[in-house]
Design a protein around this ligand. Structure first.
Ligand code: GAL
Length: 418
């Protein structure tokens, strides 16, 4: 089922609709970037637009991973009052485009040569019916692990590079009195952890067949999925009892403060270390999530533009699209956000070693076939299938289901959502 975000779903949330008045030359921008690093990034976009004479009305909806933001966006859209631009990514862009909501920004894209500035893996997602409807701000790598080297030293442990070793080293951290794995018990964070295990245990071919559209149910039904759930289930013991509901950036601060040894999270976590004035290598360490070195689970943030009836608003929207692809913007925004530029031709000089690793892995993984879209961050499957994966991963993780039960539940949920 291609278009899963039916009008009926939109209508169901219509009662929540609100109205705002935004001056014609301004942009009203919906996003969910409210943590320290995220706010620094979005503020830079606001400043860039202000320099270009475009005012900003902030439409921030807190909640990591963006689920809350998407619910609010649907209510605004169905009430006929969508924002000028919204943080929409991956296959959802197609879903919004199919519903007829999006503006064609192909003129800006052509004038600025986007087809040559963007790798095809990025530009393909930004187009609907062959025309650009969205502008990419970054490429996040999701399969990262963030560690506190001092905690490891104190516990006599080493940073693990395989899942088997993870269990051994995590046990050492716990024995020394630390929380081994900083984690927030929210569905999207459970899915992010699950995704790292899927890639680490199953490898890129399995990941691409079982977790990327069109999902191959035979591969999803294989024993590899049971192995994935076994490893995933083994992580439950390394998470503290206070994790339910914890925000991802609070989990990052547990690593910063030396309460926890590790966090598995996309490189937006690096934005938090940056805001806290911490340095990579000495204060914290970035390594690929266990078993995924050389792999790259990508998550491209982008702003999709909503069709406008007012010419001044369209002009403001076009300015925003053009600014986003500028080399200045792509540099500073991504230094703050922890990600790497989405466009080609940006100097690597100012970026740190984690960003260089991500850039290298992106290129190498793309050549070797281990560049995979993040299903936990809306890059790989329709919103319905993604919802089925979220529910199965989080139900399993927060219960005492066996690995076999987890795998069976996942297969049934994905099959029903396809
Ligand atoms: C992701 C988003 C990132 C980051 C993260 C946590 O889905 O792509 O930019 O903000 O959520 O909020």
């Amino acid at each position: 089922m291609k278009n899963t975000m039916k009008i009926s779903t939109l209508a169901a949330t219509a009662l929540l609709a609100t109205t705002t008045s935004v001056s014609a030359g301004d942009v009203e921008v919906l996003h969910w970037w409210t943590s320290g690093g995220e706010a620094a990034s979005v503020n830079y976009l606001k400043d860039k637009l202000s320099d270009a004479g475009v005012g900003w009305t902030d439409f921030a909806v807190a909640g990591g991973g963006g689920e809350n933001a998407m619910t609010v966006l649907k209510s605004r859209a169905i009430s006929g009052n969508p924002p000028t631009a919204a943080q929409i990514k991956g296959p959802s862009i197609q879903e919004w485009g199919d519903l007829g909501f999006l503006a064609d920004i192909d003129g800006v894209a052509k004038a600025n040569d986007w087809d040559n500035l963007l790798p095809a893996v990025v530009s393909d997602v930004m187009k609907h019916d062959g025309k650009y409807v969205a502008a990419p701000v970054n490429v996040h790598r999701v399969n990262w692990m963030w560690s506190n080297p001092e905690v490891f030293r104190y516990a006599g442990a080493t940073i693990p590079t395989t899942w088997d070793d993870f269990m051994v080293q995590a046990a050492k951290l716990e024995k020394a009195g630390f929380i081994a794995l900083a984690h927030g018990g929210q569905a999207w964070q459970d899915a992010t952890l699950f995704e790292a295990v899927v890639l680490g245990v199953g490898g890129a071919d399995y990941y691409n067949s079982a977790f990327v559209s069109p999902v191959d149910l035979d591969v999803l039904k294989s024993d590899t999925t049971v192995e994935v759930f076994e490893t995933f289930g083994n992580l439950r013991q390394f998470i503290d009892a206070n994790s339910p509901g914890r925000d991802w950036n609070v989990a990052t601060s547990m690593v910063m403060e030396g309460k926890a040894g590790m966090q598995i999270m996309g490189d937006w976590a690096k934005g938090e270390f940056k805001v806290a004035g911490m340095n990579v290598g000495t204060d914290y360490v970035c390594t690929a999530a266990p078993g995924t070195s050389g792999g790259h689970t990508f998550n491209i943030d982008s702003f999709a533009f909503f069709a406008q009836s007012d010419a001044a608003r369209t002009a403001a929207q076009n300015t925003m699209a053009a600014e986003i692809l500028g080399t200045d913007f792509q540099t500073v925004f991504n230094l703050n956000k922890g990600s790497i530029p989405a466009r080609l031709g940006v100097s690597r000089a100012e970026f740190d070693s984690c960003a260089h690793d991500s850039m290298d892995a992106f290129i190498a993984a793309s050549a070797s076939g281990s560049l995979v879209p993040s299903f936990a961050h809306g890059m790989a499957v329709s919103s319905a299938v993604s919802g089925a994966i979220y529910d199965s991963a989080t139900n399993f993780f927060n219960s005492d289901q066996s690995a076999q039960e987890g795998a069976d539940q996942l297969v049934a949920a994905v099959a029903a959502a396809m």
